[in-house]
Design a binder for this molecule. Structure first.
Ligand code: ATP
Length: 461
């Protein structure tokens, strides 16, 4: 029988952070050593969730499209790449220190919160405003600020102690541009085509915060989509925006929690025709989830200049050689995971109890099926283990034989397992098991012989 249920209050960051730690999704990294500022590890369920999201992205944007190829470049790239892209000189954030408590802040963020003004790059203006308005330090409440100054956000490292200016890549895109020629030469791709990559990026963020929203080590899923400079690019740009929104909605986000923020023309980099951020309504407010930018031929031209290697495309049909323009859809993987967690989190009143259930779309749920024998004893446990072995060759399954069945259902609800399979004493006689649906809590008796087909159909529906 279905229990009566009623949806309770809104999700908060505290609830998600706590569930993630309690239930093995995401832990503060190096906790036994006191943690490392806003660094996190993905635990067993978090790692499954992340893997499922990456696979879905790859399938949608690479596997299912004839105009896309994938690649996987290194994190350590030639220092000249970052000179060419402008990161060495221009990839800066404005920071300011409180002289009293020595805490460091993003100067532009403090000024924006105070005045609503975006003073990007105007360091003297920021210093004056912070001092004139006597802004109180959010940490200690005093008002004694250093000058605002720029710091480069790239993490510096070295190779065998001898190579100077080697950086951990601050974005994955760079690796794509430097392999443009290899891909054009080896893959017989035809413009328009895209190159996709998933991988780690590192940024020395002044303030890392909001759980996995702003990290110093994170993952990106990026695409460089090369187009003929002479075509009308606007429809393609709009289509990418729609695809980016479609992707996050496939992971459970609601349309009303998304909005587009178009960068003002005068704020755009000189090479960009248009830049739009896709923002999500996080519990701390609307903030950037994904980005989309028309970058013209800036990247290929710069790398040609710095490497002396021509990065062009030859259109054999029209006997034309040109430098393609590029549209860049970029997706932050950790922010995507945060949205999937926030969108899934549901609290329901069931009879006199509160049920927390992660209503992930089935395709991204970390565990697909839980196998729950009513008794630990043979022959029931043998039968349950046989079912586990059979199902786990196809789906990620979990075997759980401890505590009451009600508690086991709740545990699976909290990690978002779509189906629980209960093996009871009747199962030994009638060769049937009970399958419980996570969302409706309805239960159905299914023949063991047909169980795998039944679950496959349900999980793919
Ligand atoms: P923000 O304005 O929030 O700092 P950004 O405009 O610098 O972001 P991009 O350089 O466009 O971000 O990076 C592409 C994507 O990478 C972003 O849309 C976001 O999803 C993700 N991203 C960027 N910085 C971080 C970070 N510090 N932690 C987690 N994800 C990030």
């Amino acid at each position: 029988m279905v229990e009566e249920k009623k949806v309770l209050q809104e999700v908060t960051m505290e609830k998600i952070t706590s569930l993630c730690k309690r239930k093995g999704f995401i832990f503060p990294a190096c906790e036994i050593y006191g943690g490392l500022a806003n660094a996190y590890s993905y635990g067993p369920y978090g790692a499954e969730l992340k893997k499922n999201i990456k696979e879905l992205w790859w399938k949608k944007f690479v596997q299912n499209r004839v105009d896309m190829v994938g690649m996987d470049g290194p994190i350590l790239l030639h220092p000249k790449l970052w000179e060419a892209s402008g990161h060495t000189t221009g990839f800066n954030d404005a920071m300011v220190d409180c002289k009293k408590c020595k805490k460091r802040f993003r100067a532009d963020h403090l000024v924006e919160e105070l005045t609503g003004k975006d003073l990007e790059g105007q360091l003297d203006e920021m210093t004056n405003i912070l001092r004139d308005e006597k802004l109180k330090c959010p940490e200690c409440g005093q008002s004694d600020w250093t000058k605002a100054r720029n710091i480069n956000m790239m993490f510096k490292t070295d190779m065998n102690g001898i190579t100077e200016s080697l950086y951990l890549r601050p974005e994955t895109a760079g690796a794509i541009f430097v392999d443009f020629k290899n891909i054009v030469d080896s893959m017989r791709v035809k413009v328009p085509f895209g190159i996709a990559q998933i991988g780690k990026a590192f940024r020395n963020e002044i303030v890392a915060r909001n759980f996995i929203f702003r990290l110093r080590e994170f993952e990106q899923m990026e695409i460089e989509y090369f187009i003929d400079p002479e075509i009308k690019w606007e429809p393609l740009f709009d289509n990418w925006l729609e695809l980016q929104e479609e992707f996050i909605m496939e992971l459970g986000a609601k349309k009303e929690n998304l909005r587009r923020f178009e960068h003002a023309k005068e704020k755009l980099s000189h090479y960009s025709r248009k830049t739009v951020d896709i923002e999500y309504k996080f519990p701390f407010g609307f903030s950037e989830l994904f980005g989309l930018a028309h970058r013209g031929d800036f990247d290929l031209t710069q790398h040609t200049k710095f490497s002396n290697e021509k990065l062009e495309y030859f259109d054999a049909q029209n006997n034309r050689r040109y430098t393609p323009h590029v549209i860049e859809p970029t997706f932050g993987l950790d922010r995507t995971i945060l949205v999937a967690l926030l969108a899934a989190y549901t609290e329901e009143k069931v009879k006199n109890d509160t049920r927390v259930v992660m209503k992930f779309p089935k395709k991204i749920a970390p565990v697909k099926v839980a196998i729950l024998p009513l008794s630990k004893k043979k022959p029931l446990s043998d039968s349950a283990k046989e079912i586990f072995e059979n199902l786990s060759s196809e789906f990620v399954c979990e075997y759980d034989q401890t505590q009451s069945i009600g508690k086991r259902y709740r545990r699976q609800d909290e990690i978002g397992t779509p189906y629980c399979v209960t093996i009871d004493f009747d199962s030994l006689e009638d060769k049937k098991v009970t399958v419980r649906d996570r969302d409706t809590m309805e239960q159905e008796r299914i023949q063991i012989a047909k169980l795998k087909d039944y679950l496959r159909e349900k999980l793919n529906s």
